[in-house]
Design a protein around this ligand. Structure first.
Ligand code: DGL
Length: 274
């Protein structure tokens, strides 16, 4: 057990809470599962309120806090992973202020992209909310150096991926349109700055071509969670494989089916009570 500054006790045998506006955080959950198979995981898809990237800041902050509180107070989560770039940009400060457990956040992988590019041109695709946020401006300013960073807001893309039809013509059309400026300008690295995008990585790679490297932040988030749990004495010591529970605020059947198509097995999904 670890006591926080405000006296709340976190239990190492408790689950890790993960949330996103929808099923995008599955790309993060996978990486966490790979690195820490023994941890129990609770996942919330806030599908009734998606897309966060096209919602006012106050709405995203309110939903993020409600969900994080549900995970910590009702499910006993010992840490929260904000598996959403938009919610990180708009609400992570609030979560860190209000919660007594470690909050692990995600940001577009601009730093590693600057280390990989040979052409010096980097494309960043993300939601309008992420790209217009102050946090993204600071990140870009900090790491861009002499590299050219082209940012492309992708309205509608997360929602299309959420439908769980990775081979749809509409999805291909949207991606072709959003990737075009990067390819025209000679970008050789593209940052997937929304957790939904790695779920359709093969299609993005096919359209971008073999000379373009795609980078996301999933592994880095899992490593950061590992470090934080270690530092706080919160790693599970269980020898069995961790469990997974899923909640969704939107349509349960659709959510379960999209999760199933994109992950290979259809989980049991419960109705989110907040
Ligand atoms: N998956 C989320 C992200 O990483 C956002 C998708 C949405 O707009 O709801 O930004």
């Amino acid at each position: 057990m670890t006591q926080s500054d405000t006296g709340q006790i976190a239990d190492p045998s408790g689950p890790v809470g993960i949330f996103d506006s929808g099923i995008g955080g599955l790309s993060i959950l996978r990486e966490i599962r790979k690195l820490m198979p023994e941890e129990d995981l609770c996942y919330v898809a806030d599908s009734a309120w998606m897309p966060y990237g096209e919602k006012p800041r106050a709405v995203v902050r309110d939903r993020s806090l409600k969900i994080a509180r549900f995970l910590v107070e009702k499910q006993g989560c010992k840490a929260i992973v904000v598996a959403c770039n938009t919610a990180t940009g708009l609400a992570v400060d609030l979560l860190r202020e209000e919660l007594d457990v470690p909050v692990i956040a995600i940001e577009p992988a601009i730093k590693p992209a600057t280390e990989c590019t040979k052409s010096g041109v980097i494309g960043v695709m993300a939601t309008p909310g992420t790209l217009s946020g102050e946090k993204f401006g600071l990140l870009r300013g900090r790491f861009s150096g002499d590299k050219r960073i082209i940012s492309q807001p992708c309205p509608g893309l997360a929602r299309e991926i959420e439908k769980g039809k990775p081979h749809s013509i509409r999805l291909r059309k949207l991606l072709t349109r959003f990737l075009h400026p990067f390819l025209e300008e000679g970008a050789d690295v593209i940052v997937l700055g929304c957790t939904h995008y790695p779920l359709v990585k093969p299609l993005i790679q096919e359209i971008a071509g073999p000379g373009v490297q795609l980078i996301d932040s999933g592994e880095a988030v899992a490593r950061q969670l590992h470090r934080k749990l270690d530092e706080s004495g919160l790693r599970s010591s269980s020898a069995r494989e961790g469990s997974q529970r899923f909640w969704c605020s939107g349509k349960i059947i659709e959510c379960a089916s999209s999760l199933g198509i994109l992950s290979g097995n259809t989980p049991h999904v419960e109705k989110l009570p907040v």
